[in-house]
Every structure is written in structure tokens, then in C-alpha cells.
Design a protein around this ligand. Sequence first.
Ligand code: GLN
Length: 493
Amino acid sequence: MPIESRISETTTGSFVEKPKTLADLRAGIVSGRTRATDLAAGYYDRIAAINPHLNVYLSLTRERALKQAEWVDAVAAKGDPLPPLAGVPVGIKDVLVMNGAPATAGSRILKGYEPPYDATAVTKLEAAGAVLLGKINCDEFAMGSSNENSAYGPVRNPVDTERVPGGSSGGSAAAVAANMAVATLGTDTGGSIRQPASFCGVVGVLPTYGRVSRYGLIAFASSLDRVGPFAANVRDAATLLGAIAGHDPKDATSSPAPVPDYAAESDRPVEGLRIGVPAEYFGEGLEPEVRTAIESGIASLAAAGCKVMPVSLPTTRYAIPTYYLVATAEASANLARFDGVRYGYRSPSSETLGAMYSHSRDEGFGAEVKRRILLGTYALSAGYYDAYYLKAQKVRRLLAEEFLRAFAEVDAIVTPTSPIPAFKLGEKTGDPLAMYLADIYTVTASLAGICGVTVPCGATKAGLPVGMQVLASHLNEGTAFRVARAVEAAQNT
Ligand code: GLN
């Protein structure tokens, strides 16, 4: 049965449509009422209709998707048990590799590159029965907060196509908001899952550092990069995380801790949980309408029986410079491998090897990537290393310790995800510093290695979504899901 592909007409320029829940999809597939092949075909029809408006998908993996869907249908027809994500259509951010499919990372320098292997998160999703539809647009090498840094054009926000979907996983958030996939994978280095989830009105998960393998993720900043899911509701996001989390011998930083049943954890009541509210996240720069929405979300947690109390995170004020030093330093090292020799683009106009390197990099990388390579190389250079990189590492430690002290007092911390709602395309492209400063509420958890969930929490008067960020300590994703679930429940009543 093809999915409904009517475009929502409630707002001009809006493509919002909620996908079915995993529970509903599963019931349909197990009973044979829904065939995974029809479901996938329906999604491809909707993608064909909407992608020209939103620019979400960069490439489709139709053959592979249909093969997997046929397998699911065959298992269902026999009445054999089906894995948890059987037949669920999922999109993959283009920084994660899939065997034989293009992997551009939103960059011209990777144009034409087809990796010969699957990322571990991709392997795990498929093993859980998911049908992988294709590769999704993002900021170049995941550097950005608006998706405007993609070499393949910006993604538009399905809520209002004049606005950005956030970044860098803007395409992954937009895909779920516009029902171009039931769920997607994104990556978050300094907010790239949480902020676009907030801008598009969907749920996004930042797993604890090491919870999900980075194997097959095209690296931006290795000590910060995380792979995580987007979904239309908290429980589905929890199920997705359960499918991709776990130890991976191919990633030396992956955690050996057992993976809990996150969906079941998200079902637990929140009564008695202690919720911290840091004043540092409610100061200057926070738009009043965002503040009002988050405050009413906090009130709903109190009404659900949580104990809401203040916590102090004073090092927050140093988080932006710390993040942009660590992230750019690591990026400058990681991106050294793109030299025109091994992957993707090679400049045709070079007579010597040195010229080939520099022309390929000059023509292949966009302005933001070049800016970061320069900043990072500078921070790591002899004479400046101690003053910038080493200092940043020390502040990073202070920040992490501050969070640990706070988590001795509270079970979760709630904040706005972004000080502003989705802004207009082109509004901030001329001012990279303003764009960096808007990452203030997300880079802290990235530096500290802790986990978090962005959950929709009201909207502005103009109908722009606001997302609440729910943070929990290392490997306590279950608690973040529980709290997010309570916020979600209050929204739906
Ligand atoms: N906006 C932040 C940056 O530009 C975060 C990006 C990310 O999380 N990948 O670095």
C-alpha cells in the first residue's frame, strides 16, 4: 500500500507530514497488511515529488533498499519473527559510508567517490531490518549550523521553505519532518543533530561519546564526532539508538558497556526525577519566545512530578572558543587526507605533484572548510599550541568536571537547544562568527562527552518549532529519553 503523499497545505511553503510510528508500521508489516516493498516504493514516490523543493537527498540506494524490503516481505510471508526495524525506511547522512553508494560528505572534493564498505551504524540498521533509502544532504564535512555549506546546495526547512533546517544534519532532520523517511541517521560534533531537530520540530539524539561506533564515518573532529538518530517521536528515536549502539572492535573509542532497552527505559515515569536548570543557558541572546516555550516545557516536567532545581555551569561562557579550537584542530588533521590522490576530485589543471595537491584542495574544499583548516593548523602550530590547543583541552576538562558535579545533584539537565528558531536562508552566511555563537547551548555536551536528546517543545507565534535539550550523564541515554518523553506527552495533551 503506497503511503499517502499529499503535501500538507496548512502553511504556505510547508511540507510537514508526520510519518507513522514504528509500532504502527511494525503491526502492518507483521500482519501482512503493509508490504515493505510497497512502503519503500511509496517513500521513493514522495521523495521524487518533494526533493526538488527541499533538496534533502543527494543520492538514492533504490536497488539495495528494494532487495532488503523483498527480504522483509519474504520473512513476513513465512510468518517468521522479524527484527525490530523490519521494513522501516531510513535515510543516511552523507558523511556515513555505504558500500558502492556515493559518499560526498557534502563536499565537491569527494564527488565521484564510492566507498567499498559500510559504516557500522549502517550495517547494524540493516541487520535490524531497516530499508535504507539513500544518502542525505548536509553541510560540507558536517561543518555548519544551517546546511548552507553543502557543495550541493542548501536544504530547505519543511516547516517554512524560506528558512534553513539547521545543520549540519539539516537534511536528516528535514527528511523526518517532511516524511521523506521514517527515521534518519545524522552526526553531531557540536550540535549537528540536536540543533536541526530543534529547527525542524523532530526528535534528535546525541548519544554518549563512544556509544555508537564511528567506523565508516567521514571524520570531522574525532574526539567529538557522534552518530545518532532522528525520529518523529521519542520512543522511536530510542528504538533506533538501541539498534545502532554497542561495542565495535573497529572503533577503539567505542564503549564496551551493554546496550539497555532504551525504548523500555523511555516508557518509565519521570516522577521523582531531579531536573537541573542552568541559569547560564537562559541569559543574554536567548530569544524571548524560545525562553517562554522552554519554560512551559519545564513547568510540564514539574507538573509530572519532577523536582526542578537550579544548577550552575559557569564554564559555559568559555565553551564556544574551546569548541572551535578543538574542532578545527582535529579537522585540520583529519582533512589532510583529501589531497586529490586517493579519493574523489582531482584538479585537472596541474603540472607538478605539489600543484595537484594544492589545486585539488583549493577547488575541492568550500570556504568554511578552508577557514577551519586554517584556524586549526594555526592552533596546532609550534609557538601557538600551548596558548590555544592545550589551553582549550584544559578548559574542556573543567567543563566536563563541572557537568559531573552537576549530575551528582540532578538526573537530567534541561535547556533550550538553540537560542533562536530557524532563521532565513542567507541571513547569517556573511557572518561566520554569529553562526558559531548560536552553537552556545550544544557545544558544551559535545566537549563533555555526555548524552542528550532534543525534543519538540512548543513553537513561536509564527509557528517555528522550538526544541528542548535534555542532557544526561555518560551512558544515561535512558534517563534523557524518559524526560524527553514526558515533555513530548505534555505537548500532545
Ligand atoms: N555547528 C557546529 C559546527 O559548525 C557543529 C557542527 C557539527 O556538530 N557537526 O562546527
